[in-house]
Design a protein around this ligand. Structure first.
Ligand SMILES: Cc1cc2nc3c(=O)[nH]c(=O)nc-3n(C[C@H](O)[C@H](O)[C@H](O)COP(=O)(O)OP(=O)(O)OC[C@H]3O[C@@H](n4cnc5c(N)ncnc54)[C@H](O)[C@@H]3O)c2cc1C
Length: 494
């Protein structure tokens, strides 16, 4: 190999999809020097994921990007409804589902609203943000091999823009290289899970000006039941860009004719852009970490799209991993802290993938063990074990999943409450740690961790909550000297 340059970076992110770009942004937010390589020349040409749950928006909020993402999402701002009909021309909107609290009152679960934005719109926004934040973003550059030793990872890169082969030495590699993940394969990491869930599908991405047809009954997803052309129509921009999802594996069909049947209108400008076969699958990597290499996003987990959790779970992986890598690189934490990435995020991946699989629509019997949709959307999963003290593994209180009832339990995301207009409990931590206390801050010897007075229903007098940089509660109790000790122990990997 003709190696022309050797470069250094603290972290190499492999893959410039949604999750790789988010990982790079999280790492930069924590001051880490990052290089991202993406073998393609452009971001995703396919709309793919469109629904971003409140937890993802909270993470974009932490990165200072929530309003930028929302601006990118403006085309689908009024498209929350589901719809159904024999054809699009006959379709009706269904009422909106709204979350409610234990007493039936609507709850405000997050400082952010969910949003609909197609992945091919969001990825360029994240790419620009990553470049602006100082990530070295190198598209048309492929990781061809890598080797790790005690001090770091040596990566071989094929840069197709320059025709050069570079070597890059990094302390850590984050593999965001998608479902087929060459990095995962090179590490010999297998996957477990249900495998295929339901039958094959075909996604037909097309352009047609349907703005007059949908005006006044805008939708996110419209179930079409015409016997000759059943399927679901997804709004990509709500006017010109659409994805029709049909069951079956047949790719070669007269799609324009079939689409016109499903639409129930002539659509003279209809133009099919791509036809992609896909198979819903549930597969989770057997390890998320191998030495200095960590898997995130689809490299770590693939799941059916029924709860729209694939990309959202990957964004959460990035948020969990980013602060830990940064803490190790800065010397604040021992490398053992990174063991908690697999301990926390692999069960979270299983949970999301299992819940998605069980929403496949294959069964019609209501399943009382399914998680409340808001538990899925607001990151309500409680880590069973990891970088916290007094969690479920130590007899701590268990967060329910069949109702959305966050109560500030250890190993869960801190519940949202407004502190002042525009300032949420979720804004207290990140990029550093925070301590929220229900009494006088002076009583707490927090060892440099900022202490905030919090009057909230879930925090009784005398108690404090230690909050990690990723909003996860690491400890809860009344001992004013405990938070500093717990934080030091967790950073030491204890
Ligand atoms: C039709 C469809 C609908 C979906 N809807 C939703 C939804 O509503 N909500 C949701 O949350 N999720 C949804 N998903 C899932 C979502 O699209 C994926 O979870 C998401 O794209 C995963 O992002 P990623 O960055 O992990 O992987 P990818 O987007 O696959 O990106 C991986 C990148 O790595 C690059 N790469 C691979 N190997 C190398 C290498 N050696 N060197 C350099 N680069 C490399 C690839 O070129 C690719 O760009 C949907 C998916 C599909 C297909």
């Amino acid at each position: 190999m003709n190696v022309q340059r050797t470069l250094d970076s603290q972290v190499l992110v492999v893959g410039g999809g949604l999750v790789g770009l988010t990982t790079a942004l999280v790492l930069r937010h924590h001051g880490v020097d990052v290089t991202l390589v993406e073998k393609r020349a452009t971001t995703s040409p396919q709309p793919k994921a469109r629904r971003f749950h409140v937890r993802s928006l909270e993470i974009f909020r932490a990165l200072g990007l929530a309003s930028t993402v929302r601006e990118a999402a403006r085309d689908l701002a009024e498209h929350d409804h589901m719809a159904t009909g024999r054809t699009l021309a006959e379709a009706q909107q269904l009422p909106l589902w709204r979350p409610s609290g234990p007493d039936g009152d609507p709850v405000e679960p997050s400082p952010e609203l969910p949003c609909l934005v197609a992945q091919d719109v969001l990825e360029p926004v994240l790419r620009q943000a990553a470049e602006d934040a100082g990530v070295r973003v190198r598209f048309q550059t492929e990781l061809t091999s890598f080797a790790q030793d005690a001090d770091g990872v040596l990566a071989e890169l094929d840069d197709r823009r320059t025709g050069r082969n570079d070597q890059l030495r990094a302390a850590f590699v984050v593999a965001a290289d998608g479902a087929r993940s060459p990095v995962r394969a090179a590490l010999g990491i297998g996957r477990s899970g249900r495998g295929a869930v339901g039958g094959p599908n075909v996604n037909v991405y097309f352009h047609a000006d349907l703005s007059d047809v949908v005006r006044g009954r805008e939708f996110n997803l419209c179930q079409l039941e015409h016997p000759d052309a059943p399927g679901a129509l997804a709004s990509v921009d709500g006017r010109f860009r659409w994805v029709f999802m049909a069951g079956g594996a047949e790719v070669e069909r007269d799609w324009p004719a079939l689409l016109r049947t499903a639409l129930g209108v002539p659509a003279p400008d209809l133009d099919v852009r791509s036809v992609l076969p896909w198979q819903p699958e549930m597969l989770i990597a057997d390890r998320y970490s191998d030495g200095r290499v960590h898997l995130v996003g689809d490299a770590a987990h693939v799941m059916p799209p029924f709860a729209a959790l694939g990309a959202n779970t990957g964004i959460d992986d990035a948020h969990n991993l980013g602060w830990k890598i940064a803490a190790v690189l800065s010397g604040v934490a021992e490398p053992a802290l990174l063991d908690s990435y697999d301990a926390e995020r692999r069960p979270a991946g299983w949970f999301a993938a299992d819940q998605s699989s069980r929403r496949s629509g294959v069964t019609t019997t209501p399943d009382p063990t399914l998680a409340d949709p808001f538990v899925l959307a607001a990151g309500g999963f409680q880590y069973p074990a990891g970088a916290f003290a007094g969690g479920p593994d130590e007899g701590g209180e268990i967060e329910p999943i069949t109702e959305f009832a966050p109560a500030g339990r250890v190993a869960t995301r801190i519940p949202h409450r407004w502190l002042t207009p525009g300032l949420s409990t979720l804004d207290l931590a990140g990029p550093g740690w925070a301590l929220a206390v229900a009494d006088e801050p002076q009583r707490w010897a927090a060892g440099g961790i900022p202490v905030h007075r919090l009057d909230a229903d879930f925090l009784p007098p005398g108690e404090g909550l230690l909050i990690r940089p990723d909003d996860v509660i690491a400890w809860r109790g009344t001992d004013p000297t405990a938070p500093a000790e717990v934080c030091a122990k967790l950073l030491a990997g204890g």
